[in-house]
Design a protein around this ligand. Structure first.
Ligand SMILES: Cc1ncc(COP(=O)(O)O)c(C=O)c1O
Length: 410
């Protein structure tokens, strides 16, 4: 049988058995609308609130509100995924009373488009946005952050960990600087939750976005954690669900699956991530033996399962398609749009030359991967890179011809 290795866990993850089992009754027997007053509706509402409390506990979101150790549930807002949570946090805060008329947002150049495009849309409405630089490893420049903060800054939004290169940001320091300037701090923790420890109180986080499908929950459901007292303008108007911020009948099974997957991910975090990190180290060691290969991102402050590379004289899309033929799923930052290959904004921000950034490969491992998978990936990537280079017009005599490459990419 042909081998199949899924190594794109930053794109999405397979649903965990625990999450699937937790969801089933809410898809079949207990299909009541959580706003309905009869038994199956009330049961759904109760289960949703339990899911909220579970998520709150996993994030250490609030102090217990009673002796039964129940957590204040109001701070967990269910959304239709990470993008919606980011939009709600940024748009909702800047349009809400908490911004107090201030018009400035600080973010970074390597955010996910859910953040970048929301900021760009707000710029068109008259808000001002500063996009911070990052260093070669993808870490934001804290000195630049200090310089940019002003009395007009309402919000600092910086991702906890990057989706392409896995770099983890100094969240606590960033939150402190934001607060010292009187601004609130939001973090897109979509790639971080379930992969590293997050404690919203200890880290000084005012708002945090997460998405279930990145930690083996279902796709299409996420959360915005909102610290008590941070006021937001609604994202979706209607029946007033989710404290009126995101109206619409709740995705009961999805929210319950999210909570179950999150609990499972957070409880076994150190053990699972220790295992994943070992696999990733093995993968990096093997792939780096391919000549003219560069490792991208921070070698220390990075997500345990993320291995990211660029290969000289390689086009990322061709590489992904060939790997797929051999049964390996990975991804590239290059996207073919309007006939030209656009290198990823993240790889450009860390200072990679255009012609090299085209040959990016992201392999992201999960707890379901094995050493055998890793060895198969190494063998396959080595083979495919060799084959593609042999056919490449920018590869000559066993090395890249960079002049030809820059002519090709303009
Ligand atoms: C860092 C980051 N933010 C936001 C998102 C968007 O999440 P979702 O696909 O759940 O909307 C992603 C998804 O890849 C991501 O990696």
């Amino acid at each position: 049988m042909k081998k199949f290795v899924y190594a794109d866990n930053a794109a999405t993850t397979p649903l965990s058995e625990t999450a699937f089992e937790a969801m089933k009754p809410w898809l079949t027997e207990y299909y009541g609308n959580p706003s309905s007053l009869y038994r199956i509706g009330r049961a759904a509402k109760e289960a949703l609130n339990e899911a909220r409390a579970t998520v709150g506990k996993c994030l250490n979101a609030a102090m217990p509100v009673n002796e039964a150790n129940d957590y204040a549930p109001g701070e967990i807002i269910f959304t239709a995924g990470g993008s919606q949570a980011d939009n709600l946090a940024i748009r909702g805060f800047m349009h809400g009373p908490g911004a107090k008329g201030r018009k400035h947002i600080v973010t970074s150049k390597i955010e996910h488009h859910a953040v970048l495009y929301t900021c760009e849309a707000l710029e068109k409405e008259g808000f001002r946005v500063t996009y911070l630089d990052v260093d070669k490893q993808g870490r934001v420049d804290l000195e630049q952050l200090k310089r940019e903060l002003s009395e007009d800054t309402a919000l600092v939004t910086i991702m906890a960990a990057n989706n392409e290169i896995g770099t983890i940001q100094p969240i606590r320091e960033i939150a402190e600087l934001a607060h010292a300037a009187g601004a609130k701090f939001h973090t897109d923790a979509v790639q971080a939750v379930g992969h590293m420890h997050i404690d919203v109180q200890e880290m000084g986080i005012d708002m945090l976005s997460l998405s279930a499908h990145k930690f083996r929950g279902p796709r299409g459901v996420g959360v915005l954690y909102v610290k008590k007292g941070v006021a937001l303008e609604p994202l979706v108007y209607g029946g007033g669900q989710e404290r009126g911020l995101v109206s619409g009948t709740e995705n009961t099974a999805g929210c319950i699956g999210l909570a179950a997957a999150m609990k499972e991910a957070v409880e076994g975090l150190d053990e699972k991530m220790g295992y994943v990190k070992k696999l990733t180290d093995r993968l990096v060691e093997g792939v780096m033996k391919i000549p003219y290969t560069h490792y991208t991102g921070d070698p220390v402050n990075r997500l345990p399962g993320t291995a990211s590379f660029v290969f000289e004289a390689i086009e990322g899309e061709g590489l992904i398609l060939r790997l797929d033929l051999a049964g390996v799923c990975g991804s590239t930052g290059s996207a073919c749009s309007t006939g030209s290959l656009d290198p990823s904004h993240v790889l450009m921000a860390i200072g990679l030359p255009h012609e090299i950034a085209h040959g990016s490969l992201r392999l992201t491992l999960g707890e379901q991967n094995t050493e055998e998978d890793v060895d198969y990936i190494i063998e396959t990537v080595t083979q495919v890179v060799g084959t593609l280079r042999a056919m490449s017009p920018v590869w000559e005599d066993g090395r890249p011809n960079l002049t030809a490459a820059s002519n090709l990419h303009g």
